[in-house]
Ligand binder design. Structure first.
Ligand code: ADP
Ligand code: MG
Length: 385
């Protein structure tokens, strides 16, 4: 297997060298060159796609790549990979084309008796072998890149952590269990919805189809409900932290919004990764989001939360002498920059939390703090805090 992977890599390596050579000689345009690289990443499969997604979502890693290339790479965040379709024969597909397709799963609409139209989420065929092969190739590629002294990006990423992270996501039974746990947190809140599960096996989940729009489309259509959408993200996060289980991949691709009787519902999807919190972690994180406190006080609680993650983090961060001036955004950047090992399920939680906090802070600024009052009112009226 190693020999075969080595052969494949050598072939790829030659391809990349020739591509670069043609580009340097101006035989192909910059646009075409980077387009071919992105096509190459897609062809190399799941781990290469995930690595690209991580790189383009991390501020500290982005600086290593050409901004033009970064734009092209961003298309891998939500692009469909239709060449990966695997159809399970005993389902009644409404259409054999998936409604969404990521690097691990496809999502289809089917008819499922007695529920009617439902969503089927299936893992790609031979996903386990694909991940293992892809990881082996990344490791060999890493050694080759080290020889060429071009190792910065792969050095920072923990490839074995990534492998565990991916392997945890290919078990649909586990995902279904996660979905039920999180659904339980929201059982008394009717405006935060999690699809019901109808059936699950190791390689698929059949669940309720929840109709809704992604954030951008929803806000374009119902501009006046933007604040409510942001408040819903805040409330969902708050409730999960209170329940000590948080969605590990909490980004806009995994929410849908719907308008019902002039109020907004949020639908949360995709429970491949969840993180558990201890009582203390949950307490500090909730306090760091407490809108009744000023920013300084919230920052102090966030630092306390980060110190609670593990001993290594505490020791490495102590030299920074963190104080109330350090907001979650800067602290997360320090952690990423210092290459501090954090539990693998928290990696995406951090980037997610960072993105959400930045979004909420930006919203507060542009709305001259009116949003803060709105958020407090919304959370109190709905018994969230
Ligand atoms: N229960 C559902 N109801 C409606 N749409 C869904 C449902 N589940 C998934 N989808 C659609 O499929 C997309 C991908 O699903 P997701 O579970 O996030 O898969 P992935 O793990 O590939 O990201 C979602 O962004 C959403 O548009
Ligand atoms: Mg998703």
């Amino acid at each position: 297997m190693i020999i075969y992977n080595l052969y494949l890599l050598l072939k790829d390596f030659l391809y990349l060298i020739f591509l670069r050579f043609f580009y340097n000689l101006n035989f192909i345009s910059k646009n075409n060159y980077y387009h071919k690289i992105v096509e190459f990443i897609k062809y190399k499969g799941v781990v290469f796609i995930k690595l690209s997604q991580i790189i383009t979502s991390r501020k500290d890693l982005k600086k290593y790549i050409d901004p033009f290339f970064e734009k092209k790479l961003e298309s891998l965040q939500d692009e469909c990979f239709h060449n990966e379709i695997s159809i399970i024969s005993n389902f009644k597909y409404i259409k054999k084309q998936p409604i969404a397709a990521g690097s691990i799963c496809n999502v289809f609409l089917i008819n499922h008796y007695p529920f009617g139209q439902a969503v089927l989420k299936t893992t790609h065929k031979h996903i386990l072998e694909k991940i293992s092969n892809s990881i082996d190739q990344v490791l060999i590629l890493n050694s080759l890149l080290t020889i060429l002294n071009y190792t910065k990006i792969l050095d920072i990423l923990d490839i074995n952590g990534l492998k565990i992270f991916l392997l945890n996501q290919i078990d649909m039974n586990l995902e279904a269990r996660n979905q039920i746990k999180i659904k339980n947190i929201f059982k008394n809140i009717d405006f935060i919805k999690i699809p019901d599960i109808y059936k699950n096996k190791k390689d698929y989940i059949i669940m309720e189809e929840c109709k809704g729009l992604k954030y951008k489309k929803f806000v374009e259509k119902y501009e006046e409900f933007e604040d409510e959408c942001i408040a819903l993200i805040y409330c969902s996060l708050y409730k999960m932290i209170q329940g000590k289980i948080i969605h590990g991949d909490f980004h806009h691709g995994n929410f849908l919004y719907q308008l019902e009787n002039n109020r907004v519902n949020i639908i949360i999807l995709d429970f491949g990764i969840i993180c558990s919190l201890t009582d203390t972690q949950s307490y500090y994180l909730l306090e760091s989001m407490n809108i009744k406190y000023n920013k300084k006080k919230r920052n102090i609680f966030f630092i306390k939360f980060v110190y609670e993650l593990n001993y290594d983090i505490r020791v490495k961060l102590e030299k920074y002498n963190l104080n109330e001036k350090h907001d979650p955004d800067t602290i997360i950047n320090i952690i990423l920059k210092e290459n501090i090992k954090i539990p693998s399920e928290f990696i995406s939680f951090f980037t997610t939390f960072q993105t959400l906090i930045i979004k909420i802070n930006k919203h507060i600024k542009t709305k001259n703090n009116h949003f803060m009052e709105y958020l407090l009112g919304y959370a109190l009226d709905n018994d969230i805090i």
